[in-house]
Design a binder for this molecule. Structure first.
Ligand code: NAD
Ligand code: UFG
Length: 338
């Protein structure tokens, strides 16, 4: 029998790519999303890619009674919990909104899962929980810390899930710490669709390349990295999506509480990304060096060995495919889903 997976936040960037991979693997998919940072068009595109339609509920996970109906109606095998607000800068301006949405939203979900005896969950955590790492690459046993309200919500939710597991080890919990998700589905039908001027590097570069934005501001060239600009571990969103399937399989075969880095193990600097984009697309990317962005760290990249060994999961796409697919998405959808 097909297993039914509930995706909170499944209409969003990573969620929609995960829908595709789940449907391709013959899971049934239910999406709960309030569309606060996404469009239901993404799910129509998922259907165009896979030929199958995820069941969709436009529900805020904070609205427990509305959300309860989903648990009443469907026999859910596992939940992948993407729903959350994710803008680091905004989280410092309106922290209460972030704490409420991300933490109360998770507590609401978990209480319903407990009530309906759905005890398998994969949680979208982030490399941000490592703070500024003392050494690189980062392994899962590195100390954790937090530098902004967004990061705090990720760390606190991890702690909540660990406490839940300690209290009842019949729960099966995967904490997936994503590095920097980028790129788009190779079909060019789904991708990242920022509402406003992008905060993140890759969508910003894409919009400069297509002429929507004038130039990139490079936040600092005086870091202790090989060219002075920030280094990150950019992971193709399709590889990341597949990591969720690997985690679900692991929870089915070897239950417990598991923590994995989902990254490539390779760090690229801002300027390396700019140059790769210019080379692959043939478009000039004008940029200027400006001051460092508050809260940014010099370098962050994963040691992905644990996931390779235990989940049998490895990234398949490199920087060329990342840029190719980001550009394909951008040129096919200059205004995103609008
Ligand atoms: P996204 O904003 O595209 O997707 C999140 C989805 O959750 C959106 O569709 C939004 O409408 C929905 N949502 C938010 N609050 C909700 C609520 N109360 N009820 C129902 N739906 C709600 O973001 P994404 O990049 O796809 O990120 C998915 C998850 O991964 C998030 O939890 C994010 O914090 C985490 N993450 C993202 C990154 C990244 O760089 N993209 C890195 C690490 C971790
Ligand atoms: N950068 C620029 N100019 C820009 C945007 C970014 O120079 O306009 C630089 C940053 O300084 C950094 C690098 O590009 O060195 C990457 O920045 P992003 O904003 O794309 O990504 P971050 O590493 O800052 O943060 C991302 C997510 C977080 C998540 C973290 C770790 O936004 O939510 O990765 O997973 F926590």
């Amino acid at each position: 029998m097909k297993k039914t997976i509930l995706l909170t936040g499944g209409a969003g960037y990573i969620g929609s790519h995960t829908c595709v991979e789940l449907l391709n693997k013959d899971y049934d998919v239910i999406v709960v999303d309030n569309l606060s940072n996404s469009s239901s068009e993404s799910l129509k595109r998922v259907e165009e890619i896979t030929g199958e339609k995820p069941v969709f509920y436009k529900i805020n996970v904070l609205k427990k009674e509305d959300f309860r109906n989903v648990f009443k109606k469907h026999a859910i095998h596992a939940v992948i919990h993407f729903a959350g607000l994710k803008a680091v800068g905004e989280s410092t301006e309106i922290p209460l909104k972030y704490y409420h949405n991300n933490i109360t939203g998770t507590l609401t979900l978990l209480s319903l899962m407990q009530e309906y005896n759905v005890k398998n969950i994969v949680f979208s955590s982030s490399a941000t929980v490592y703070g500024e790492p003392a050494t690189l690459p980062i392994t899962e046993d590195f100390p954790t810390s937090t530098a902004n309200p967004y990061g705090s919500t990720k760390l606190f939710i991890e702690e909540i899930l660990k406490d839940l597991y300690k209290s009842d080890n019949t729960w099966n919990i995967a904490l997936l710490r994503y590095f920097n998700p980028v790129g788009a589905h190779p079909s060019g039908k789904i991708g990242e669709d920022p509402n406003d001027i992008p905060n993140n590097l890759m969508p910003y570069i894409s919009q400069v390349a297509i002429g929507k934005l004038k130039e990139l501001s490079v936040f600092g060239n005086d870091y202790s990295t090989h060219d002075g600009t920030g280094v990150r571990d950019y992971i193709h969103v399709t590889d990341l999506a597949k990591g969720h399937i690997a985690a679900l399989s692991k929870l089915d075969t070897a239950p417990g509480l598991i923590i994995y880095n989902l990254g490539t193990g390779q760090g690229y600097s801002v300027l390396e990304l700019v140059n790769a984009f210019a080379k692959i697309t043939g478009k000039a990317i004008p940029y200027k060096i400006v001051n460092r962005r508050l809260g940014d760290i010099a370098a962050c990249y994963a040691n992905p060995q644990k996931a390779a060994k235990e989940l049998n999961w490895k990234t398949q796409f490199g920087l060329n495919e990342i840029v190719r697919d980001a550009w394909n998405w951008q040129t096919n959808n200059p205004d995103g889903y609008r």
